[in-house]
Design a protein around this ligand. Structure first.
Ligand code: ZN
Length: 216
């Protein structure tokens, strides 16, 4: 079973960029489950962590209270393309991958098809449903446990814009505070435990710089 999954993942990796690396989430099945050993559950965030949420957070970032999940990690992606936005990725993921919709929770624009640094909230976040952005992780833990953030751009070739980084830091800090997610649980797609081989979020993505801008 593992070999078949590995071969399938390898083929997808050969085929192209980040978008097509991701396995169609509903089709992945595993006959083993190591998610608990590689991703132990975190303690519930303290009241003060939740209360420290920035007052200027856009209302759209707040999940519906009736459906709010206990997210425990964050996975950052690039689109692997020069341009795009949530609607374009939604179309690609539905028509190209036959998913029910865009795989990410948030998409941060680069000024091409959405604003430079604009944070688009997708239906997955609004409904608090499992993502489809990090195929290959055992038991799909990353799709189930991690918030998926995609920055528009190909960071093998360019850096994110400063507006994108500013929005990313704000969004990540919000998520950290709300769910008590430490920086050690913030991954690039390529470093998410168990993820299929990928260069996402790109060789030039400044992960160390991002983490240096976070409090915990
Ligand atoms: Zn990715």
């Amino acid at each position: 079973m593992f070999n078949r999954v590995f071969v399938a993942c390898s083929c997808l990796f050969v085929l192209g960029g980040c978008i097509y690396n991701d396995e169609p989430m509903p089709k992945i099945t595993y006959d083993y489950n190591i998610s608990e050993t590689i991703q132990p559950r975190l303690p519930t965030p303290t009241r003060s962590q939740i209360d420290s949420i920035d007052e200027n957070i856009p209302q759209g970032w707040l999940p519906p209270s009736v459906a709010e999940k206990k997210w425990t990690a964050i996975v950052i992606h690039h689109s692997g393309t020069k341009n795009g936005n949530a609607a374009i990725f939604d179309k690609w993921h539905r028509e190209g991958n036959h998913w029910e919709g865009v795989g990410y929770d948030f998409v941060i624009g680069n000024g091409t098809n959405s604003g430079n640094g604009e944070v688009e909230v997708t239906y997955r976040w609004r409904k608090q449903i499992t993502g489809a952005h990090c195929g290959g992780t055992a038991g799909n833990w990353a799709n189930k446990e991690a918030v998926g953030i995609c920055l528009v751009g190909d960071f093998n070739r360019t850096l994110p814009t400063s507006w994108q980084m500013q929005s990313l830091v704000k969004l990540v800090r919000f998520l950290q505070n709300r769910y008590g997610i430490p920086k050690s649980r913030i991954y690039g797609h390529n470093t998410a435990p168990g993820a299929s081989p990928t260069d996402c979020p790109g060789k030039k993505f400044p992960m160390a710089k991002l983490k240096s801008m976070l409090d915990f």
